[in-house]
Ligand binder design. Structure first.
Ligand SMILES: [Mn+2]
Length: 325
């Protein structure tokens, strides 16, 4: 571990010298490797495996695209790792919920909302302060290659740039100054495309992807000779049984078991169950109210789909054979 840490420091020293002493000290072409990690959602177990894999691949830099915390209840552990490895970290909608709750203190009684409250109460003061200071997007430059990174879209943490939203992707690349637009949030598998002569990279979901069983996806971007040389999607295994144990000992199950069942379902091969549950909940809620959101919600909470308890718990009863907790 100690040797690994030294190795990383050495790697970054070379990278920095190369960057800062342009014209003064000459180094032969050095590849810059950047690990881009999005949507960890509190899965510190997966994050540790990603870091191991990225270190083995000798990355120079780490970028985190937001939603580091929630839905899994290991937010502090996750943020402690993120803060140790990077200062290129964005906020996602999940951080924004905690930040705005800190201000608004909604008194919503919904069982589903207890997951957000749990994390809010768990976060250390230091970590709460830390997430409040994260930016929505960042402009970065490596060896002349310019990147615009965002969680959802350059406009908002909540906007979803799904692959089929060619209208939005066209809009955001049309007058883009940077060479690449890089984001997460949709939980789609990693994909990349060239649009309007700009590179568009959707970085997948590291913590709770419904497309893999016990595997986390992230991206390694390679910059070589002032050009993006390669975009590699990496898949690493993590221990879902360890997550199960950690969920049980975290205390979250005393608050709301349903979301944990859906989230654990997503990473253990029952992504379809999670999808169907949420679609049904949405349909029933819309039929009943004509809307999914609370009337008194402000800011980002205007997008927080909050289901009535009888819907949330009723569907839990319906799906109980597929629930593990
Ligand atoms: Mn998100």
């Amino acid at each position: 571990m100690f040797v690994e840490g030294l190795d990383r420091i050495f790697r970054n020293l070379i990278f920095l010298k190369c960057k800062n002493n342009n014209g003064i000290m000459h180094f032969e072409v050095i590849k810059i490797k950047i690990a881009i990690i999005s949507d960890i959602h509190g899965n510190s177990v997966a994050l540790k495996e990603i870091i191991k894999d990225a270190e083995k691949n000798k990355v120079n830099e780490y970028i985190f695209l937001g939603d580091q915390v929630n839905d899994l209840p290991f937010g502090n552990e996750t943020l402690d790792i993120v803060r140790k490895y990077s200062n290129k970290v964005l906020k996602g909608n999940k951080e924004q919920y905690l930040i705005e709750y800190d201000k608004e203190r909604y008194n919503w009684k919904n069982v589903q909302f207890k997951n957000t409250l749990f994390m809010y109460n768990e976060l250390t003061k230091e970590n709460l302060k830390y997430i409040k200071e994260l930016p929505h997007f960042m402009k970065l430059e490596y060896d002349g290659v310019k990147l615009l990174i965002a969680h959802g879209s350059p406009k908002s943490v909540e906007e979803q740039l799904h692959r089929n939203r060619t209208d939005l992707i066209n809009k955001y690349t049309e007058n883009l100054e940077e060479d690449a637009l890089i984001f997460g949030h949709t939980h789609e598998k990693v994909w990349k495309e060239t649009v309007n002569n700009k590179l568009v990279i959707s970085c997948g979901c590291s913590g709770v992807s419904p497309f893999f069983i016990g595997q986390a996806e992230y991206v390694i971007l390679e910059i070589n000779n002032g050009k993006i040389d390669d975009i590699i999607s990496r898949l690493v295994n993590f221990d879902i049984n360890l997550i199960k144990k950690k969920i049980i000992t975290s205390g979250i199950l005393n608050e709301d078991k349903v979301l944990m069942n859906l989230t654990y379902g997503a990473i253990s091969g029952h992504g379809a169950m999670r999808h169907n549950f949420l679609m049904e909940a949405k349909e029933i809620m819309l039929e009943r109210n004509g809307k999914l959101y609370k009337d008194n919600a402000k800011g980002i909470f205007k997008y927080f789909k909050l289901y009535d308890d009888d819907i949330w718990l009723g569907l839990a009863e319906k799906y109980k054979n597929e629930f593990i907790f």
